[in-house]
Design a protein around this ligand. Sequence first.
Ligand code: HOZ
Length: 426
Amino acid sequence: MSSNASEFDRARKVLVGGVNSAVRAFRAVGGTPRFIDRAQGAYMWDVEGRRYIDYLGSWGPMIAGHAHPHVLAAVERAARRGLSFGAPNVLESELAERICALFPQVERVRFTSSGTEATMSALRLARGVTGRDAVVKFEGCYHGTADSLLVKAGSGALAFGTPSSAGVPADLARHTLVAQYNDLPSVEALFAAHGERIACVIVEPVAGNMNLVLPAPGFLEGLRALCSKHGALLIFDEVMSGFRVALGGAQALGGVTPDLSAFGKVIGGGMPVGAVAGPAKIMEAMSPLGPVYQAGTLSGNPIAMAAGLATLDLIAEPGFFERLGARCARLVDGLNAAAREAGVTLCAQHLGGLAGLYMLESPPAGFADVQRQDGARFARFFHLMLDEGVYLPPSPVEAFFFSGAHSDEDVGATLAAVRRALRALG
Ligand code: HOZ
């Protein structure tokens, strides 16, 4: 019979490190990655038949839960009509219309096949329209794997000690200027020194790749003002926060309007997708109308569009985000209470369906706080929870994901597991 260990051995012989995305390899927590056989609702089952309450949610897309019948029916309908055309299809327009309706400043959308392509294309667009080369990003923010953005990056890059990846030419990396999240003076200093070179500031308006870090009051407003003053574009990377912290993403909550947005994850409902979105006057600098080239064979493919549309149907239902937020709050409050009772340094917070669990006494204000966590202790906690049948993201620098499929019973079972795990952790 197949086991996680035998499948990992097999995978390592043909896949680099046995995986197709570094964070799946359990390097930050050790042990054997679970090979997932199937998933339904709030649960995943591994190849050994063990069930897990899933707080990974495929790293964000599964906000409606796994294999939701409404999404599956839409995918099946679309698949029967053909998997990919390499020519326009009407589902692309339909999903773009929904996005335009949710984000007041968005007039044009360009779909891609991943969040990485979306942020990469947004950067190229910003450089193309401003005629400038430099970009500002924040230490610990992660925007996928485009060369310009793998500099002091978060997520797996940070967890495995290569926040500035090998293979990125120094000549390119010198155009990436790094500031500190929630530290406006660090951005002001870059604009003072390099203002005329800066094409854009790219930021996760709610940071979710150095675990969850909320923007400090005034931080996003300050970025908006600096970009406007210096003629740079403000890009919100809402691949993770979009359609998850609220239907209209972080920008609906904070009241700060970016020039461009990058989306992904939820708008593909579990199929590969990304999108760049913004006002026509910027977006139309992109090919075929403008000089900034952008393309992709599978971009806007009907299956991803159908899955995204069906997922948006579900999360746009009245009360969806209220219910999601209330249940996630119950989990987070329970985690904080359990940690206090056990006398363990651990805390949690959430925004909508995006949550953070930290080996800290209070939620982090920025990258330096995230770095203070005890990684070895997190690894023990992670494995105790996994043994309890609760699947958390396998790294202390990752956020966790709540879905509409998580029930009160799932929250209760998770909290009972947490109390046992904290007792064992000591
Ligand atoms: N943004 C996700 C992790 N923080 C991506 C998952 C991956 O890298 O596979």
